[in-house]
Design a protein around this ligand. Structure first.
Ligand code: FAD
Length: 288
């Protein structure tokens, strides 16, 4: 299948990309890794008349630590996130997630910014951003806006990114001392997308869980925090038994239904199992 014809523009800088986006408006789409956009164009679900390629903008690459956060350029491919020693040391949940995306080809071309802009309900990065309290920096013609992950995901394939805004950076605060993070997913066999994926961040102080953020992707219309699990963890003992018990609340509040991927009861069990796996690993890393 071939996409509808379009005009290709290679942006040379963020300013250039923003100018092109402003000029072509709704007739244009930004092209990052193309691993979500191009399949949609081939199926003619997306028919942009202008494609604005941001792949050669050096300022959109790189992984650094700055101001207490790990800062990742929007065009950074999943492979680079997965193999970053900085990410592995500071926010291992992100390494877990990036290394479990699709296959080698998808990880080599797909980008963290593209994944967050696309906001697929089965994508891995949204859950990690929610659990780690990440921020999405976006530039528009009026300047930069920083959006907390908690306010960013608003629906299926929908975010609070405005028209004409370009995701430029992902910023994830380095967790406090005594913290551990992890991501665990049950992938769809064909694509690798999450049937369920759970990201967890726990902070331990004096044998007690003093803070916890847990988020789920795959079993809901869009990635979301799991307040019942977080409430069950905070103030409780930092033991495998306690986190295993808290994980049992993972299915609560989800509107589950039977489909080709399994029954509602099976999915509720998957949520609890993968919440427990992520939490056990996060707890082990907090104690390491
Ligand atoms: P593109 O496809 O180029 O763009 C996607 C959308 O985001 C477009 O609308 C585009 O205009 C917009 N966009 C891109 N960058 C920006 C930006 N900086 N600012 C504003 N808008 C922007 N994902 C997972 O999470 N887990 C998986 O297991 C997984 N498996 C996959 C398996 C296959 C076979 C394929 C094809 C994809 C898979 N993906 C998976 C998706 C993959 O991670 C995509 O690459 C990602 O979702 C989109 O990133 P991209 O860079 O390819 O973006």
């Amino acid at each position: 299948m071939y996409p509808a014809s379009f005009e290709y523009h290679r942006a040379t800088s963020v300013t250039d990309a923003l100018a092109l986006m402003a000029r072509y408006g709704d007739d244009a789409k930004v092209l990052a890794g193309g691993h979500s956009l191009l399949p949609l164009m081939k199926l003619r679900f997306a028919t942009p008349r202008h494609l604005i390629d941001i792949g050669r903008i050096a300022a959109l690459g790189g992984i650094t630590e700055s101001g207490g956060s790990v800062v990742i350029g929007a065009m950074t491919p999943h492979t680079d996130v997965a193999s970053s020693a900085l990410v592995a040391a500071r926010i291992p949940a992100l390494s877990d997630a990036a290394s479990a995306i699709g296959d080698v080809q998808v990880r080599n071309r797909g980008t963290i910014g593209g994944s967050l802009a696309h906001a697929d309900p089965g994508a891995d990065m949204p859950a990690v951003m929610l659990a780690l309290g990440g921020q999405i920096a976006a530039n528009g013609v009026t300047g930069e806006r920083v959006i907390a992950a908690d306010a960013y995901f608003t629906g299926t394939f929908t975010t609070s990114l405005g028209a004409g805004e370009l995701v430029t950076q992902i910023r994830i605060p380095v967790p406090a001392m005594g913290s551990g993070s992890a991501y665990a997913k049950h992938p769809d066999v064909a694509s690798g997308y999450a049937v369920v994926g759970v990201a967890a961040l726990v902070t331990v102080a004096g044998g007690t869980i003093s803070a916890a953020r847990v988020a789920l992707t795959g079993l809901a219309p869009f990635a979301a925090r799991m307040p019942a699990v977080e409430a069950a963890l905070i103030g409780g003992p930092a033991t495998p038994a306690a986190v295993g018990k808290a994980a049992q609340a993972a299915g609560s509040g989800l509107d589950l239904f039977d489909d080709a991927r399994g029954s509602a009861a099976y999915k509720a069990n998957l949520a609890a199992v993968y919440a427990a796996r992520a939490l056990m690993n996060a707890l082990a890393r907090a104690s390491a």
